[in-house]
Design a protein around this ligand. Structure first.
Ligand code: ZN
Length: 359
């Protein structure tokens, strides 16, 4: 059974943090006019058959004939409503926001992941020329709004490619996001992923050094209790060789001070809080809250360590660090621009994922 194969592949990719973290990434399978696609908020590592939503491919195709509002919020709501209507009868879950993109790729299997190595290229200043050089047959998509707009652009680019070369693309690299790989079988996709990761790794001038370091106990305990009081949540801490490098000064911290991809925003917040070692953590936390309406999920204290509000923000912040180190090999880090960060922060879809993530 192919859905079983999809399940075991999803578990395999989902449990390997080199491929994807927490609820990131999604997989799909097409058969007899039906798309089986991951439901929003599910984690690949633990997904069961019920975690996949069955959708009618012909109805999904008809979405492209519809006209939607030019307003971001209205458009996304209209598209979501139409997407929900494409589900087969009896389906209750909400399909992944990337379902439309899965539907239009002409492959029975599609695996979409956010490997740190890949994002070391997609989130780098020289991302586009690097992909063109390493994977000339792949498609590169510049930074565009995820969801409907992204699917629409990919659809146009595939049509253009078909017109020019008579071919389709089985690898689509998305700036500040990740990669989509399609194939006739999951084995084929697995081989493609191996090639992608190996090829990028061969280009690296430096790798992240995650050798653990011990945090100053007195400082750690004092900051932890301040943050626990402020947030009412458990505080998780981290310190390693690489973190220590970024924590020496605000200037050294700049390459990890913003967000690379939508998942980083959803799980670890759009911006970590930087605290100078002479400043008060409580006062800086309050200032951040006043400025942005919410407290930070990640607090970085100069020459001390990283403090995560709850368990989930930390892995994505550590991923930010890995991605940033990898980008050094490809022209340096390139964060999402302010407009895109604002869009993601206000997007209902990501607010929905955020609530699922913190529950
Ligand atoms: Zn994604």
């Amino acid at each position: 059974m192919s859905i079983e194969k999809l399940l075991s592949a999803s578990h395999r990719y989902g449990s390997d943090e080199g491929f994807v973290l927490l609820g990131g990434g999604n997989t799909s399978y097409k058969k007899d006019g039906v798309l089986y696609v991951k439901a929003s908020g599910m984690e690949l590592a633990t997904i069961g058959v019920k975690g996949f939503v069955q959708m009618d491919l012909a109805s999904m195709e008809s979405i492209w004939g519809n006209t939607y509002s030019t307003d971001d919020d209205e458009r996304e709501q209209e598209v979501l409503k139409d997407m929900m209507a494409c589900r087969l009868e009896g389906e209750n879950a909400r399909p992944s926001v990337e379902a439309l993109l899965h539907a239009l790729l002409p492959f029975p299997y599609v695996v979409h992941l956010h490997p740190a190595l890949v994002n070391g290229v997609t989130c780098a200043v020289d991302g586009e020329p690097t992909i063109a050089r390493l994977f000339p047959e792949a498609l590169w998509i510049e930074l565009v709004k995820p969801g409907f707009i992204l699917a629409k652009i990919v659809r146009q680019r595939l049509a253009l490619l078909q017109e020019k070369t008579g071919k389709t693309a089985n690898m689509i690299f998305l700036q500040n996001h990740g990669v989509f790989v399609g194939g006739e079988s999951l084995e084929e996709i697995s081989t493609l992923y191996d090639t992608i990761l190996r090829t990028i790794e061969e280009q690296l001038v430096r790798k992240p050094d995650f050798t653990p370091l011990v945090m100053d106990e007195k400082k750690r305990d004092a900051i932890t209790s301040t943050l626990e009081m402020l947030t009412g949540k458990r505080i998780v801490t981290a310190l390693n060789q690489e973190i220590a490098r970024y924590l020496t000064s605000e200037k050294a911290f700049a390459p990890v001070a913003s967000s690379f991809t939508p998942d980083h925003i959803v799980y670890s917040g759009f911006k970590p809080l930087w605290v100078d070692e002479r400043a008060s953590v409580g006062a800086e936390f309050g200032e951040y809250e006043r400025l942005y309406g919410n407290g930070p999920k990640i607090i970085c204290v100069q020459n001390t360590g990283v403090f995560s509000v709850g368990e989930k923000p930390l892995p994505l912040f550590l991923d930010t660090i890995k991605v940033s180190v990898y980008t050094e090999s490809f022209g340096g880090p390139l964060f999402m621009d302010e407009d895109m960060i604002r869009f993601i922060r206000n997007w209902e879809v990501e607010k929905y994922r955020s609530t699922m993530a913190s529950s």
